[in-house]
Design a protein around this ligand. Structure first.
Ligand SMILES: *Cc1c(COP(=O)(O)O)cnc(C)c1O
Length: 388
């Protein structure tokens, strides 16, 4: 008999009833150190008191109003995002996938509204992940994700990750945009080198097409800059964010330049819940905290500490680990065995990690994880690797 919850997930037999900073606690009091953070969501740890207070205050005041009306909390968060990024405007959603849908619509509308309606194609990359909607799975080019769900939305050209000459050759007079994660998350913490991101920016400028960054996983201070593309010193035309921006409250946003957004006039897009006061109040608090230069400096310091300890771990377990990669506290450990075996061994040490493609174990701790907890995490990873 089918379970009452649609059985689309492979769930571990763990069940948490409470969260506290970098720790998750089961009903019997067993405490797990959390290096997954809800897959890069709990930016400021579980049950962060500052976020909880903002959420409670907002809950006592106003939960939901329609986008038929002005929403001051939404306006404040939009202003903050515009003030701190390349963007001139943003649209709020409840998830990353919804921002993927709008990114596709916005890119196509830009060209149809600007006299080039034939430009509908979007170039994407093997191993990318932009969500699970029909549009986002079509964009992925992944046989596993699309199997049985056709007919797929046309208009995506998927190229290898990463060969600049092949990307250049894929640009035609039908191309609307190039769509890429500056660091692939699900694909296995695979960073796009700075010079390649710069080359993509140049390629888009030369051909008059749009550059779309998916920073749903790598954004919001995860890499030690507010957004990952800042390391390369270039900006996109459109950017998806979600995951970390709500600190655990469902919230996403699509950010864009005025030009890229120029086709999206009144009536072209909408959402019932997107930009609701609860999510935006929490999002604003998250932004206030993570945009503090001291906070970002601490993320980079902690990342260096973590990385140094992981070098020792890799050296001590050459049969389990091969290398580390990523940026800031978006860490991938390339494994020599199936990463799910390491994940399971880590569960036995009361440590939570997340597998990814390309034989990579993902470490995505809360950005405010303490130095002691970093040391404890590496100790537990060492015990897990020793048990294999
Ligand atoms: C998680 C993720 C998404 C999808 O976000 P949801 O909130 O699950 O819809 C899209 N892009 C990237 C890079 C992601 O990591």
């Amino acid at each position: 008999m089918i379970s009452s919850v649609l059985p689309t997930y492979n769930r571990a037999p763990l069940s948490f009833v409470k969260g506290q900073g970098s720790w998750l606690i089961e009903a019997d009091g067993r405490r797990f150190l959390d290096l997954g953070a809800g897959i890069a969501v709990n930016t400021l740890g579980h049950a962060n008191p500052e976020l909880a207070q903002v959420l409670k205050d907002q809950a006592d005041t106003l939960w939901h109003v329609s986008n038929l009306y002005q929403i001051p909390a939404q306006q404040k968060l939009a202003d903050k995002l515009v003030e701190t990024t390349f963007a001139d405007t943003c649209f709020f959603t409840n998830s990353g996938t919804e921002t993927a849908e709008l990114a596709i619509k916005m890119a196509r509308k830009y060209f149809s509204a600007n006299g080039q309606p034939e430009r509908t194609e979007i170039i994407t990359f093997e191993g990318c992940f932009h969500g699970r909607s029909t549009g986002a799975i079509a964009a992925s080019g992944s046989a596993k994700m699309v199997d049985g769900f056709g007919p797929l939305m046309p208009g995506f050209v998927t190229v290898p990750f990463f060969d600049l000459d092949i990307v250049k050759a894929a640009v035609t007079d039908k191309t609307a945009a190039i769509w890429i994660e500056p660091i692939q998350g699900e694909g296995g913490i695979r960073p796009v080198p700075d010079q390649d991101l710069k080359a993509l920016r140049e390629l888009c400028d030369t051909n008059g097409i749009l550059l779309i960054f998916d920073e749903v996983q790598c954004g919001v201070a995860r890499t030690g800059k507010l957004f990952a593309h800042e390391w390369a010193g270039i900006t996109p035309d459109i950017m998806m964010i979600a995951k970390g921006i709500g600190g655990g409250f469902p919230l996403g946003a699509l950010l864009a330049t005025e030009a890229a957004a120029s086709g999206m006039v009144a009536g072209t897009h909408g959402s019932t819940y997107g930009g609701n006061p609860l999510g935006c109040a929490v999002g604003l608090k998250v932004m206030e905290i993570v945009t503090d230069p001291n906070f970002l400096a601490e993320v980079n310091r902690k990342a260096a500490l973590f990385s140094q300890k992981l070098e020792g771990l890799i050296a001590a377990h050459p049969d389990v680990f091969e290398s580390q990669r990523g940026q800031g506290l978006m860490i991938g450990l390339k494994c020599k065995i199936a990463p799910i075996d390491v994940v399971n061994a880590a569960y036995a040490q009361d440590l939570l990690t997340v597998p990814a493609a390309d034989n990579v174990l993902r470490l995505l701790p809360p950005l405010n994880i303490s130095d002691d907890d970093i040391a404890e995490a590496v100790k537990r990873l060492d015990a897990a690797a020793s048990s294999l």
